[in-house]
Design a protein around this ligand. Structure first.
Ligand code: SF4
Length: 154
């Protein structure tokens, strides 16, 4: 079973009330057992909400509020629900396909905390948690690259 960011599947859980629907991810979901997650809304943050970025080891929204607790709590809830669902299905969690550059779901690169579109090395809070458990994480960019060179996503 794979965890997939809800916004990549077309769920309107993004900060601005929209989504990040991605055809490569939707195609992947058709071929694999998956479980949709959204750590930010699971942590109690509303839709819409101010955008947030990582800095100083935490997460702060554009209005300067420290929203780290909601991000951590939501990540814990998503992981716990996913583990229960995998157990119920009799499957292992094989990996996750999560939204690139997000302060929760970004893997390897994220926005730098200045809300200027600048990217730095780093992981989102949820990704940090998954990697610490040995769960591999991919992004929609990985799937698009695989699609463009004709590889089947496995
Ligand atoms: S990037 Fe992650 S936390 Fe943000 S809206 Fe998408 S699924 Fe939710």
């Amino acid at each position: 079973m794979y965890l997939i960011s809800g916004c990549l599947l077309g769920q309107n859980c993004k900060y601005n009330g929209g989504n990040n629907a991605c055809e490569a991810v939707k195609g992947f979901a058709k071929m694999h057992s998956f479980f949709a997650v959204c750590p930010e809304t699971a942590g109690g943050l509303p839709v819409p909400r101010p955008p947030a970025e990582r800095r100083d080891g935490g997460v702060f929204d554009k209005d300067g509020r420290d929203v780290t607790y909601a991000f951590v709590r939501g990540s814990e809830i998503c992981l716990s629900e996913a583990l229960s669902e995998a157990k119920r299905r009799g499957e292992e969690i094989e990996g996750a396909v999560l939204k690139a550059r997000s302060p929760s779901c970004g893997c390897g690169s994220i926005y730098d905390g200045t809300f200027t579109g600048k990217i730095v090395s780093g992981n989102g809070i949820f990704v940090q948690m998954l990697l610490s458990k040995g769960i591999p994480v991919y992004t929609e960019d990985t799937l698009r690259q695989m699609d463009s060179i004709g590889l089947q996503c496995k």
